[in-house]
Design a protein around this ligand. Structure first.
Ligand SMILES: Cc1ncc(COP(=O)(O)O)c(C=O)c1O
Length: 428
């Protein structure tokens, strides 16, 4: 009995949105195969999760081996290898002398990693206020939702949320909130807007939370100087800096973490998605100095550091370590092709990306920059008709979001781009 669609409608809560109605039988590499045997090229990686591709053999075998020896023990009761080995590995990746981000708390999701980060920041600073950025997405649980503004419908019906949260405009350069031109602005926002804003805050702010790459909000990249000035200002004021790298981390931008290209060190980093290849795994990472201020038992959970998810995490990091040196080059190839074939298209407002995290912002009018919401819907539908799965992002949902697995080959990338580019050319 297949008929997933019909049964899902009857049995699953209708609250979850579905980008497609594809009924999947299995996945392999960059492909999802439906129940009729048709293979779809998946440029979404299950929303930025399967960076090793679907069912990578090394990840599958790590999960199988671990499941056969220990599925759960509870870190609150005993110790076992996978979470410790994975934490050591993350510490090696993140813990250079500048950052010292070597103390890790494991979670089951990105939202829970954000809850952990928020609780940690409040606990150690003994302050309760938070600053987040407009358009940011940090999750659906109540704390994470309190700092999320990427879509109104996420918050509607749940307010009041956490008190003491204020929002600053994200430096979305294509749509500069301060009406400046990127080429000439000299990061006006950092000195003239952000600095006085932070200056005016009272001394009750525990943390500033930012995605160095705005994910759900539109695949836009905060300027390096902006982030540097933000971190510097926070340091001066004793405010902790939390980087949400749940979407942008684990190799997607060509380095393990996007912030590693920015010459800054946050106090706390959140991770999820790509680290688990699909198993529910997230982490909140900070320095031992900060983590050591958290009283034993002040936070915890039954499943955090689960042996099977952490074994999947370790195997995923090994696969990604091998793929990582090629990611920047693959991203360049995509950007160059998109630029050369689409730059002058009347509906293509901006093409932007780093590594394999790429956005194409569609507009109906290049001067007014009117969001091309229907255009994007048409593109996604037509790509699907040709067996390419692509999703959108953006506050207005007018950005085509490309996040293929990091293990993708050049020929698979070109195959997808052939379809995407021809579909965009058909727009009128
Ligand atoms: C930047 C960012 N933060 C947090 C989350 C929430 O993660 P999860 O869906 O695993 O709770 C997401 C998910 O899309 C995300 O992209």
């Amino acid at each position: 009995m297949v008929n997933f669609l019909h049964r899902a409608k009857a049995a699953l809560s209708p609250v979850s949105a579905h980008a497609t109605e594809i009924e999947v039988s299995h996945g392999k590499g960059c492909y999802l195969v439906d129940t009729k045997g048709k293979a779809y090229l998946d440029f979404t990686s299950g929303l930025g999760v399967c960076s090793t591709g679907h069912c990578h053999p090394e990840v599958v075998s790590a999960i199988q081996n671990q499941a056969a020896s220990l599925i759960h023990g509870c870190l609150g009761i005993v110790y076992y290898e996978p979470p410790i080995a994975l934490a050591e590995k993350i510490g090696q990746i993140l813990g250079g002398s500048e950052t010292n981000l070597t103390s890790i708390f494991f979670t089951q999701s990105g939202s829970e990693a954000m809850e952990t980060a928020i609780k940690l920041a409040k606990y150690v600073t003994k302050k309760h206020k938070l600053v987040a950025f407009r358009g940011g997405f940090h999750g659906r649980t109540l704390g994470a939702l309190s700092v999320t503004t990427s879509k109104e419908k996420y918050r509607a019906g749940y307010e009041p949320l956490l008190e003491g949260v204020s929002f600053f405009p994200y430096p979305y350069c294509y749509r500069c909130p301060w009406g400046r031109e990127r080429a000439t602005c000299e990061v006006y926002c950092a000195d003239h807007e952000l600095a006085p804003y932070l200056e005016a805050l009272d001394n009750q702010v525990a943390a500033v939370i930012i995605e160095p790459v705005l994910g759900e909000g539109g695949y836009t990249f905060a300027p390096k100087e902006f982030i540097q000035k933000l971190v510097q200002k926070c340091r001066e004021k004793g405010i902790l800096v939390i980087f949400d790298e749940i979407q942008s981390g684990i190799g997607k931008t060509g380095t393990w973490f996007a912030f590693q290209q920015l010459d800054v060190a946050p106090d706390i980093v959140t991770i999820a998605k790509g680290i688990g290849s699909g198993l529910p795994l997230g982490a909140c990472v900070s320095t031992p100095e900060i983590m050591n201020q958290w009283t034993k038992g002040a936070h915890g959970g039954t499943y955090g550091g689960n042996p099977v998810t952490c074994a999947a995490g370790l195997a995923s990091l090994k696969v990604i370590e091998k793929a990582l040196p090629a990611v920047a080059g693959l991203g360049k190839l995509v950007l160059e092709r998109l630029q050369s074939e689409l730059k002058d298209h009347p509906f293509v407002g901006e093409i932007r990306g780093q590594g394999l995290m790429i956005g194409i912002e569609l507009v109906t009018d290049k001067v007014a920059k009117t969001p091309g919401v229907e255009l994007v819907k048409t593109v996604l539908k037509k790509c699907l008709d040709q067996y390419l799965i692509v999703v959108s992002c953006g506050i207005e949902d007018n950005v085509i979001r490309l996040i293929p697995p990091l293990t993708i080959t050049e020929s698979e990338l070109h195959k997808g781009l052939d379809i995407l580019i021809s579909v965009i050319h058909e727009l009128h």
